[in-house]
Structure formats: structure tokens, C-alpha cells
Design a protein around this ligand. Structure first.
Ligand SMILES: Cc1cc2nc3c(=O)[nH]c(=O)nc-3n(C[C@H](O)[C@H](O)[C@H](O)COP(=O)(O)OP(=O)(O)OC[C@H]3O[C@@H](n4cnc5c(N)ncnc54)[C@H](O)[C@@H]3O)c2cc1C
Length: 379
């Protein structure tokens, strides 16, 4: 079994399963069409404390261990990947604070989340996507403050954020060692949200530009030392990639469930299509890929929990799970035939939702670079 979860998490998982089936799965159909933020779903998720799975117990959070979180996140993603991405956004924003922040910063960000707020991690820029170290956003020291200018793009939860972890160049001449990370709170003058993306999938999550126009940030809001922002961001992404893979696994499992249910009741040539070997083999491949993804990600999570290096494994898990979920969603559409292509049935949405797992948290080309370089350098 990929996830051997604690008794406490088992209880929570039961409640999450009920929430996913009764209050997410059907409700998200309308939000997928409108692209609206499904406030009622997030209000309920906050009530169930699912937005604070990453907040350590000593800071008032659930303090779940990573394997327990994986099982819960997978279940939410089964119902809707966009909801899982949104809830996971808090973990993504909190991670750099827990890695590089001081006690006061950690407590403040955890308090915001515990009280129902949202954190945001803003690294990507219009000219710095895969090449994330090449950002143009600057932070210029002026007395006890930094003045930040620039634009971030494709930022999950930017629209609803209460605190933002923003990277900016404090010394461009030093390359990635000249990048620093800052905490900026909602309503800081000069900070605004720009263009909202009208996305192909995960439409229950919001993604927007973040604009910094002479934003004055006190020196005490810097996370860690000057010049450590890039390394903090990369450490954050190591863990974030495991969550990305877990959400992909939940979505792939949903593709399998939808395809099998359909194949058992659809009759062609006088018998259910599930009895045709070509369909049976397709379902077998969907299952093999999904379980392999689950095992890869569980392995990466276990290494991280043991305090061992896990960058290669989390990149491999994210890459494999991302490619797998896209193929599995394509297979699900194929099994439903013409109905798979129709918006009347759920699988076309699953295919649109799946594609992002080859793109965000580092594209799969970048994951292959990480894995390839690691393998080659260790030989
Ligand atoms: C829905 C969504 C949510 C997101 N959320 C966040 C967020 O919360 N915070 C955040 O900071 N970012 C976020 N991102 C940004 C995301 O991480 C980037 O889109 C991603 O890293 C790719 O950057 P890019 O889009 O600029 O593509 P580019 O870097 O322009 O890449 C374009 C293509 O070229 C390929 N490529 C680039 N360089 C190489 C290379 N050296 N070798 C081989 N191929 C290469 C890429 O793999 C890709 O296929 C989000 C993106 C989306 C779409």
C-alpha cells in the first residue's frame, strides 16, 4: 500500500471522502463552466480545516504528516483537481516561510492560515518561467525598507491572497545568488492583482498576475538572508512537486473510476465493452500507470520525511504522474467514445484538468533535466 496512514488521518479521510462525493464532485460542474471561485466549497473546506494541513501543530494547525496529507489531497483531487490545487496553495506558500522564516514570520503566516486566510507563492514572471532564476522583479534597499517593482504571472490564489511570498532580485549581478524572498501582506500599497487567466482546466482555482509598483516592504519581512531566495524557492518546489504528483494521482483515479463504470454498462456487439479485450487492456494500463505514480510519490515523500535528499525522486514522481494522468484521461475519453467528447459526461473535463500536470511546478522537460543531471552527476 502506498499510503499507510495514521488512525487520526483515517477518520479525517472518511469525512473528506463524504465531502468530496457529496459537496464537490457534482457542484464543480457549474464552476468549471463559469470559471467562478467556488466560495461555498472553500468555506466548507476551511470549516473542515483542509486549508491548514501543512500548518504544524505548534502553530495551531493540523500538523498532519506528509503521507496522511497525500491520502487526503488525493481524495479531494479525485472530486476536483482545481479544489485540491487551491487548498494546496497554502502549503506551497507556507513552505518557504517554514524553511527560511524566523519565529515571528512563521507564527504570523500560520495565524493567517489558521484564521481562514490564503497564502500565495509568487516566483514565475513573464520572462522567467522555466528559467526561474532570471527574474526581472527588483528589490532595492532604502533604509529600513526594500522597494519592490515588477510583475509576477500565473500565480495561484493571487486574487484571494492574504500573504504573498515574492521573489525579487536584490543584486542582479550575482545571478540566482542575487535573488531574495519577501513576505508581503494583503493591502500593502503598490501591490495589486492584474490579469486573471481564463484557463483550459482546473477552473475552480484562480490564477492571476501580481503587480508590484513601488511596494515598500520592511527589512524584517525578508525571508532569510539576502541572496537565499532562489535556494529557498527550489527547496519549496522539491516538496511542492510531490503534492502536484499526488493531485495528479487523484485525478487519474477518477478517470479510471469513470471509465470502468461506463465500460461495464455500455453494450456493443451484444456485451459490455469492458468484456472486449482492447478495453480491458486499456483499463489495465490506466491502473498500472496510476499505481506506479502513487508508489513513486510515496517513496519521495518517505525520503523527505526521513530528512534524506529527495529532489531527484520528487521530480521523477511529478514527471511520471503528470505524463500518466494525461494519458489516463485520454484513455478515459476513448473508452467513452463519442460520449467522452461530450460535455454531458465528466471525462472531457478530466482531460482538460489533466494537462496542467505536465506544466506547473516546473514543466516535465525541466523535471527530466533535474532527473537526468542528478543521475549523470552521481555516476
Ligand atoms: C495554472 C497555473 C498555475 C500556476 N501557479 C503558479 C504559482 O502559484 N506560482 C508560480 O510562481 N508559478 C505558477 N505557475 C507558473 C508555472 O510554474 C510556469 O508556467 C512553468 O514553470 C513554465 O513556465 P512558462 O509558462 O513561462 O514556460 P516557458 O519557460 O516559456 O517554457 C515553454 C516551453 O519550453 C520548454 N523549455 C523551456 N526551457 C527549456 C529547456 N531548458 N529545455 C527543454 N525545454 C525547455 C518548457 O518545458 C515548455 O514546454 C502556474 C502556471 C499555471 C499555468
Amino acid at each position: 500500500m502506498a499510503y499507510i496512514i495514521s488512525d487520526d488521518a483515517r477518520e479525517l479521510l472518511k469525512d473528506v471522502k463524504e465531502f468530496a462525493e457529496k459537496e464537490i464532485k457534482e457542484q464543480v460542474k457549474a464552476y468549471d463552466i463559469s470559471g467562478e471561485w467556488p466560495k461555498e466549497i472553500y468555506d466548507k473546506a476551511i470549516e473542515m480545516q483542509l486549508h491548514m494541513m501543512d500548518v504544524p501543530e505548534e502553530y495551531g494547525g493540523l500538523g498532519l504528516d506528509h503521507i496522511d496529507q497525500a491520502a487526503i489531497l488525493e481524495q479531494i483531487a479525485w472530486a476536483d483537481a482545481g479544489v485540491a490545487v487551491t487548498l494546496n496553495g497554502n502549503g506551497l506558500a507556507l513552505k518557504p516561510v517554514l524553511i527560511a522564516g524566523n519565529e515571528e514570520q512563521k507564527q504570523k503566516c500560520c495565524d493567517i492560515i489558521v484564521n481562514g486566510g490564503w497564502g500565495v507563492f509568487a516566483l514565475t514572471e513573464p520572462d522567467a518561467g522555466c528559467d526561474a532564476g532570471n527574474g526581472k522583479t527588483t528589490a532595492v534597499r532604502s533604509g529600513d525598507e526594500y522597494i519592490l517593482n515588477g510583475r509576477k504571472c500565473f500565480i495561484t490564489n493571487a486574487q484571494v491572497g492574504d500573504f504573498y511570498v515574492v521573489t525579487a532580485m536584490t543584486d542582479k549581478s550575482k545571478g540566482t545568488r542575487g535573488m531574495s524572498a519577501f513576505l508581503i501582506y494583503k493591502d500593502t500599497p503598490g501591490l495589486s492583482v492584474g490579469n486573471h487567466e481564463n484557463k483550459m482546466g482546473i477552473r475552480t482555482s484562480v490564477t492571476s498576475d501580481l503587480v508590484l509598483d513601488d511596494v515598500r516592504v520592511p527589512v524584517e519581512n525578508r525571508l532569510g538572508e539576502e541572496g537565499t531566495g532562489f535556494i529557498t524557492a527550489m527547496k519549496t518546489l522539491d516538496l511542492a512537486r510531490t503534492w502536484c504528483a499526488v493531485i495528479g494521482v487523484g485525478l487519474a483515479q477518477r478517470c479510471i473510476d469513470e471509465a470502468v463504470n461506463y465500460a461495464k454498462q455500455r453494450i456493443q456487439f451484444g456485451k459490455p465493452i469492458s468484456s472486449h479485450q482492447a478495453i480491458e487492456f486499456k483499463i489495465a494500463d490506466m491502473e498500472i500507470r496510476t499505481e506506479a505514480s502513487r508508489q513513486l510519490v510515496a517513496h519521495a515523500i518517505r525520503l523527505s520525511d526521513l530528512g534524506m535528499s529527495f529532489g531527484r525522486e520528487s521530480a521523477a514522481a511529478k514527471c511520471f504522474a503528470g505524463d500518466s494522468v494525461v494519458q489516463t484521461a485520454l484513455d478515459a475519453v476513448q473508452i467513452l467514445g463519442g460520449y467522452g467528447y461530450s460535455r454531458e459526461y465528466p471525462v472531457e473535463k478530466l482531460l482538460r484538468d489533466a494537462k496542467i500536470f505536465q506544466i506547473f511546478e516546473g514543466t516535465n522537460e525541466i523535471q527530466r533535466m533535474v532527473v537526468g543531471r542528478s543521475v549523470i552527476s552521481s555516476h
